[in-house]
Write a protein of this length. Structure first.
Length: 108
């Protein structure tokens, strides 16, 4: 997952792919690392998806701009539009099903 440090980098990542994931994380968040590893494994099956990670703790202004109130937070963009927003209680099976559905619609 690519480390992002600015809003410009986030927008570039979103605009560079038809499907993109932005993952807001934090150093004091234990669930963040566990979920990040699972997301990284999941997207290996979907090679055209671009993923970026940004620290919501270090970049409070960006987190506020994206309406991030708790960590972790995963935002899925499809055709440059926010399509899915999931917090720490996300289901990896549901996420995989959603990603697969959008992926097939766009790339098949």
């Amino acid at each position: 997952m690519k480390k992002l440090n600015s809003n410009i980098e986030i927008k570039e990542l979103i605009n560079s792919s038809q499907i993109a994931i932005i993952y807001f994380t934090g150093k004091t968040c234990i669930a963040c690392d566990v979920i990040k590893q699972k997301v990284e494994l999941l997207v290996k099956d979907f090679q055209k998806i671009k993923c970026g990670e940004i620290s919501g703790e270090e970049h409070l202004d960006i987190a506020a701009e994206y309406g991030v109130f708790s960590l972790p937070l995963l935002i899925l963009y499809v055709d440059k539009k926010e399509t899915l927003r999931l917090g720490r209680n996300l289901s990896m099976l549901d996420l995989e099903r959603d990603i697969e559905r959008y992926y097939k619609l766009i790339y098949n």
